[in-house]
Ligand binder design. Structure first.
Ligand SMILES: Nc1ncnc2c1ncn2[C@@H]1O[C@H](COP(=O)(O)OP(=O)(O)O)[C@@H](O)[C@H]1O
Ligand SMILES: [Mg+2]
Length: 312
């Protein structure tokens, strides 16, 4: 296959600014994303990793057309979807949120929650019922769960229902925004493995968003490391996890907690600073920073991987 027939989604130079101060005298913008580009191949899992506030959810929302970028484009199967999705294209994209307690309507039974997207897309009742009985099994739950309400389910079961709802229209791509972050460690692995099996068996592509490089490294084929809305490094999973080049990727890997709490490193919280707009976004945290970093680096391409740093 050539690259265009492999490619499902492309985001190109996404930039998003949020207005944070709006007075008669002054408007201040916060740059949440700056020139983010990547592609998602059919049937692949792309991991988006970065700490809280790095812009991960903003990317997901732009792809799903929930918000518009200030600059940049989103292409689905080579079609520009930046400024709107047709009903057919909307079916191709889906989302799973972090917290299934708030993402499932507590007043609806599971079968109604799962049927809703099918109703919106005009599926007849009998077909809706058949599809819903199938997807509940696809996510590893019994048919009897269809008659329950969300509060009658455990956290892990609720997240399975959220995944069932995400696959009910047979999408090509699911944006999974921290789908395991609200779950216990033992459940996290189950959900991650469910995502993996949906990719393997149904060929669904995923953009898997997490602050945890451990989980992202386990699941993804390709990894994008974000810091303050900027891609620091992106490349194949093996390259990023086994041989990180960017100092931030190295820091993220080091911060994967060892088993004993005594050996855990403290994580320096992100500063939402808008100073140093001319320099490298990572400069204030970088152990390697020099005067040179007061200017922005460019991307260096190394064996298919791209790194945003002066020192590579
Ligand atoms: N509607 C908004 N208005 C102003 N700032 C926002 C808005 N949404 C997100 N932000 C800011 O943009 C940055 C990126 O947010 P987000 O994409 O949610 O990050 P992440 O998902 O990586 O935690 C954060 O600093 C956040 O505070
Ligand atoms: Mg988020």
């Amino acid at each position: 296959m050539d690259s265009s027939s492999r490619q499902l989604l492309k985001v190109e130079n996404l930039t998003k600014r949020y207005l944070i101060k709006n007075t008669f005298f002054k408007k201040d913008y916060f740059t949440a994303l700056s020139n983010v580009s990547f592609t998602v191949d059919k049937g692949s899992i792309v991991g988006l990793v970065g700490e809280s506030g790095s812009g991960k959810s903003t990317i997901g929302k732009i792809i799903l057309n929930l918000i518009k970028p200030d600059e940049g484009k989103v292409y689905l199967l080579d079609k520009d979807i930046t400024n709107g999705l047709s009903k057919e294209d909307r079916k191709k994209l889906s989302i799973i949120f972090q917290d299934p307690r708030t993402s499932l309507n507590p007043r609806y039974k599971i079968k109604d929650i799962l049927q809703e997207p099918l109703t919106v897309h005009g599926y007849p009742k009998s077909e809706r019922e058949t599809i819903v009985k199938k997807v509940i099994k696809d996510v590893g739950l019994e048919e009897t769960f269809l008659d329950r309400y969300p509060h009658e389910l455990s956290g892990g079961q609720r997240q399975r229902v959220a995944i069932a709802r995400a696959i009910v229209l047979n999408p090509m791509l699911i944006v999974a925004d921290e789908p395991t972050s609200a779950l216990d460690v033992s459940l996290q692995l189950q959900i991650v493995n469910l995502i993996k099996s949906l990719r393997d068996e149904k060929g669904i592509s995923f953009i898997f968003i997490s602050h945890d490089l451990n989980v992202v490294g386990y699941l993804s084929d390709y990894i994008i490391v974000l810091y303050k809305g900027k891609v620091m490094e992106k490349g194949k999973k093996e390259d990023i996890v086994k041989n990180p080049i960017h100092p931030y990727t190295k820091l993220l890997l080091q911060s994967i907690p060892p088993d004993h709490p005594k050996h855990r490193k403290t994580f320096i919280p992100i500063k939402e600073s808008i100073n140093n707009p001319e320099g490298c976004e990572f400069m204030d945290r970088c152990p390697m920073a020099t005067q040179q970093c007061k200017q922005k680096p460019t991307y260096k391409v190394l064996d298919g991987r791209e790194v945003y740093c002066h020192f590579v």
